[in-house]
Write a protein of this length. Sequence first.
Length: 307
Amino acid sequence: MAIKVYDFNPVTDIPSQEGKVILITGANTGIGKQTALELAKHGPAHIFMASRNVEKGDAAAAEARSQATTGTQVSNLELDLSSFESIRKAVKSFLAVSERLDILYLNAGVLGVPAALTKEGYEIQMGTNHVGHAVLLKLLTPILLKTAATGAKPRVLSVASLGYKYCNPPQIAFDSLKTVDAPIEGVQRYTQSKLANVLYARQFAARHPDITTVSLNPGEVDTLLFKREAADDGVKHLQTAIAPAAVGPIEEGVKNHLWVGTNEKVQSGEFYNPVGEAGQLESPGTDDEMAKKLWEWTAQELEQHGI
């Protein structure tokens, strides 16, 4: 299978990011890191590269710093999305040094990891990919709105995938989200977390018109998600039979991140395929009732933890 090469040049097609503050989760490796490396070359005021592994995060931030334009600050921000305490600490650290937030990439994710619960008791893939990001977004919403009040148009980008289409059954199994005993394979746990990313972004966009909020599919990209030890046969099949023939390099995979994060044509509430292709969202990603149910479930869960 030929690797798709997209007509987008990060050097010439990204407009100036002068004065902007950018926060990227999962920024120590893969597309998150590459996003930071590319944006750092276009004059933002500050890039916060959030990740769980401090050592790798420091190394990634140093690399971005070495390529950044003069005056651009790059900081490593310790963040474990499977821990509400860690998320709160990361937000506190961020707010201590920044008075605005222009672009928030909800990029970090896990795929097919061994069955486990997060520190607050959520299934690890939904807990990390959706719930953790929902906590982060809730805590950062005030500064996003503050930024919008200055006349800027802040953006939230929820990194999903085409996996949302392969949820089987095509819905979120709410009774499976706080247990490892539900009869759902790792791949299905992952796909429903990606469906959650799509649905939640659409709800957030509807409720916060001053914040441009979208979900996006980076395409099939060669990242560590496809290289970690498989937790079940479904993930193993994905890694060995599908990914080797389909995935492309990071340099191509990052292009949709960069386009959606910086292009003036982006429309809030949309789902974007690479590069900048809107209007292609399919069921169950278009299920408004399930989106509302997910929003309400998430709000109730966060409220129980004082968020």
